[in-house]
Design a protein around this ligand. Structure first.
Ligand SMILES: NC(=O)c1ccc[n+]([C@@H]2O[C@H](COP(=O)([O-])OP(=O)(O)OC[C@H]3O[C@@H](n4cnc5c(N)ncnc54)[C@H](OP(=O)(O)O)[C@@H]3O)[C@@H](O)[C@H]2O)c1
Length: 348
């Protein structure tokens, strides 16, 4: 007998991807339920060849649901995750609402799978920010070889990281440029079509943005609190996939060739690094893919023990939906949860 899974935010960018990944990977679910706001109640969501009727979150009873993949933003998660968790349903949350809570594991299965067992404290597991997920997948195998001291990263983040309205905004502004219509700015602070914006999430007191702070705080929690990290996060006019230019300083020397060899063997990583025209990966090519791609691996001659990397991954998959489904698989494969209806039958 399989599990009963609910996807909250099933009409959104990440939720839709969660449904397709659950189906693609043959997750052992007997039943999958699509949930969104009241606005979407009764609309349809695809789950492989099946069509699911979307249900409203505020009418839904989670008492017979095993896992809730939550992808409806921080405010909804803050209110609903504890209520859902209290009904014995494990919440795997995509928002930033629980990531920094010491009683909630923040998990990237390739990096810190063992920490997942801490989920029992609150019945909630957090999924990291999209830009952090792909970064730590690539850094972890290098950190295992030589401790990382410091990371400097500049991100090139696609608009899908800001939700479905952001995708529409890039599309409509691009169209408006071509037909000479006025440009409407709603979701972003400045025009995004044919532009780049060095501002993601709110500004903090020190001048960094919250997105930049998240990358630092989450890398410490997932990988190693000793790592120093500073980020500049930039929104670019790309629909899907985030790219990152990363400079890493290690305690011990590590050559570009050795890093390439390590990353070739590392879980979740794919190295595409030929020193020729097109011998690297761009965001467009990774959309719809599961791997974290690493290109442009070079030694940095300006610091001791430095390497430079170009890291690209699909933010809706490894950055969100795939990572959440992998966490659910971890719970199942390690037998950390059992289907509720199986337990109910055994008790009969
Ligand atoms: N996009 C990424 O790369 C990425 C990466 C990591 C984490 N995340 C996080 O994942 C979450 C979802 O992101 P997204 O890009 O999928 O956003 P999105 O495309 O805007 O979708 C939002 C989803 O949340 C639902 N929702 C909104 N208010 C709700 C409510 N009151 N009750 C129930 N459902 C509600 C929406 O349902 P309706 O259609 O009914 O409004 C929709 O299904 C966010 O927390 C985001 O920070 C996103």
């Amino acid at each position: 007998m399989g599990f009963k899974i609910a996807v909250v935010g099933a009409t959104g960018n990440v939720g839709r991807e969660m449904l397709s990944i659950l189906e693609e990977r043959g997750f052992p679910a007997d039943e999958v339920v699509a949930i969104a706001s009241r606005r979407s109640q009764g609309t349809e969501a695809s789950f492989g060849a099946k069509v699911l009727k979307v249900q409203a979150l505020d009418n839904y009873d989670f008492s017979d649901t095993d896992i809730c993949l939550m992808s409806a933003g921080g405010a909804v998660s803050k209110e609903w995750s504890p209520k859902i968790a209290a009904q014995g349903c494990v919440v795997i949350d995509n928002s930033s609402a629980w990531r920094y809570d010491a009683a909630v594991p923040l998990i990237v299965p390739e990096v810190n799978a063992d920490a997942v067992s801490g989920f029992t404290k609150k019945n909630i597991i957090a999924n990291p920010n999209c830009s952090t997920a792909q970064l730590v997948v690539a850094l972890k195998p290098l950190h295992d070889r030589s401790r990382i001291r410091r990371v400097v990263v500049a991100t090139y983040q696609s608009v899908s990281g800001a939700g479905k309205e952001a995708i529409d905004e890039l599309f409509s502004q691009t169209r408006a440029v071509f037909v000479s219509d006025p440009i409407e700015v709603k979701k972003f602070t400045k025009r995004i079509a044919f532009n780049v914006i060095p501002h993601i999430d709110v500004f903090m007191e020190d001048g960094a943005t919250k997105e930049e702070w998240k990358m630092m705080a989450e890398t410490k929690k997932i990988l190693d609190p000793k790592i120093k990290l500073v980020a500049t996060c930039v929104r670019v006019p790309v629909f899907v996939s985030h790219a990152e230019a990363v400079s890493v300083e290690f305690e011990d020397p590590i050559s570009a060739e050795e890093a390439r060899e390590i990353l070739r063997e590392a879980p979740g990583c794919l190295v595409v690094d030929k020193h020729e025209d097109g011998g690297y990966v761009t965001p467009y090519e990774t959309a719809g893919e599961d791997a974290t791609y690493i290109s442009r691996i070079r030694e940095d001659p300006t610091v001791e023990n430095g390497l430079l990397l170009w890291i690209v991954s699909d933010n809706l998959r490894k950055g969100a939906a795939l990572n959440a489904v992998q966490i659910a698989e971890l719970l199942v494969n390690r037998q950390l949860i059992a289907p509720k209806h199986q337990a109910a039958l055994a008790a009969d």
